[in-house]
Ligand binder design. Structure first.
Ligand code: SOE
Length: 385
């Protein structure tokens, strides 16, 4: 591994949506944050030679590969960033850890708890830094919510409510499998909205409100068969199109979570609300630079929901951007995650969520899917597929 003041040479695997989001973050971070170690786009890997060459040229990667094993074998790579479909996460992460690389993995960590456990064991055995890209923690308004919770402003928490609503899979003509549509193929994705969308909600919830003890869930697959792009046949759909679950948190609060790709009119409506004894907090991804806050201790003449425009320089991450009042967006959550990664590497500290942190989200997802299957309450940690 390179010395701590030397560039951090990135080996990116995958050139889809997340390959772009992460590459963009690596390129921008040093322009805005003080980076002890600057990321360098050293090599990128994807199966298609033409596509990966084009991607490398567009984003400024120095080299490209078409076999992830060849990328991991390179001695000019410090960190391997896994942006491929979920069914490849385990094998790539285990190999990258064994090669002594820093391992960064797009969410969800894995398809199953069993795969996630192998990944946690691999990075911990190798003693390599590791991190999972649950980016919404680093939207400044969400980070501010964490600060307010940690300051104890809410008092005892009673309710945690989260939703992640989309509408892009309603058409029965949409195929499953292959580029971009692997999310509909259970073999590649492991699950549907539970692993893809609720995993975000669960990660944020664990961070803001602590451990989840038990869950009870229902799922539905509205379109039962879809053309499969890889087999060329009509195949059963194995993913959950929608999932709703109830949760009991260790702090005594009650959670309700819902996700679907069948909520006509909603594109990425991730919302959460926390209701405490003294105060409530609410956030909405469609209006991501605002945090709603209600404090019952305010004088009654001015008491009400306030909408905090999270752009002042003393708010999380915002001092590094523009001037108060000018907002940032989705892509910046990834820039912040890279900034925190570089800081953590410099200080020799883990950067959350680590593989071990993300494995807890995996356990909640597994308990949710198991509960939907047998229609019973499940303790988190009791199931492993
Ligand atoms: C699915 O449409 C998706 O792109 C997820 O895979 C992402 O994790 C989420 O942030 C937005 O929606």
């Amino acid at each position: 591994m390179a010395q701590s003041n030397q560039p951090l040479r990135i080996g990116m695997i995958g050139t889809g949506f997340m390959g772009r989001a992460h590459s963009n973050a690596y390129r921008k971070v040093a322009n805005f944050f003080d980076c002890p170690r600057q990321p360098v786009l050293q090599a990128v890997c994807a199966r298609s030679e033409d596509a990966v060459r084009t991607f490398a040229a567009r984003w400024g990667y120095r080299h490209h590969e078409t076999d992830w094993r060849a990328l991991i074998a390179r001695d000019d790579i410090d960190a391997v960033d896994i942006c491929t479909p979920n069914d490849t996460h385990r094998d790539i992460a285990v190999a990258a850890a064994a090669a002594g690389k820093i391992v960064l993995c797009e969410k969800p960590l894995a398809r199953t708890v069993a795969e996630g456990a192998e990944m946690v064991a691999a990075v911990e055995r190798a003693g390599v830094p590791n991190m999972v890209w649950y980016n919404y923690r680093r939207v400044p308004a969400v980070t501010l919510a964490k600060q307010l919770v940690d300051e104890g402003r809410l008092g005892k928490v009673f309710h945690y409510r989260a939703r992640f609503l989309q509408d892009w899979t309603i058409s029965a003509d949409l195929p499953q499998g292959g580029a971009a549509l692997w999310r509909l193929d259970v073999a590649a994705a492991g699950s549907g909205v539970t692993g893809d969308l609720l995993a975000h909600c669960i990660d944020t919830a664990l961070w803001l409100n602590g451990e989840i003890d038990e869950v009870t869930a229902m799922t539905e697959t509205f379109v039962k068969e879809r053309h499969h792009n890889l087999t060329g046949r009509t195949e059963p759909v194995g993913i959950d199109d929608a999932c709703a679950f109830l949760a009991r948190f260790a702090n005594g609060s009650l959670g309700t979570f819902e996700s679907t790709r069948y909520a006509r009119g909603h594109k990425a409506l991730y919302t959460f609300e926390i209701n405490g004894e003294h105060a409530s907090i609410a956030w909405d991804l469609h209006d991501l630079h605002r945090l709603s806050y209600f404090d019952h201790r305010d004088d009654s003449s001015v008491r009400g929901w306030r909408s905090i425009h999270v752009t002042d320089g003393d708010m999380p991450y915002m001092g590094k951007w523009w001037v108060p009042g000018l907002q940032i967006g989705y892509e910046h959550s990834f820039v912040h995650q890279v900034a925190d990664l570089l800081d953590g590497l410099d200080r020799g500290q883990p950067v959350a969520p680590t593989f071990r942190d993300a494995q807890v989200t995996q356990q909640v997802c597994e308990a949710v899917l198991a509960s939907a299957a047998d229609r019973r309450w499940h303790h988190v940690g009791q199931d492993a597929r």
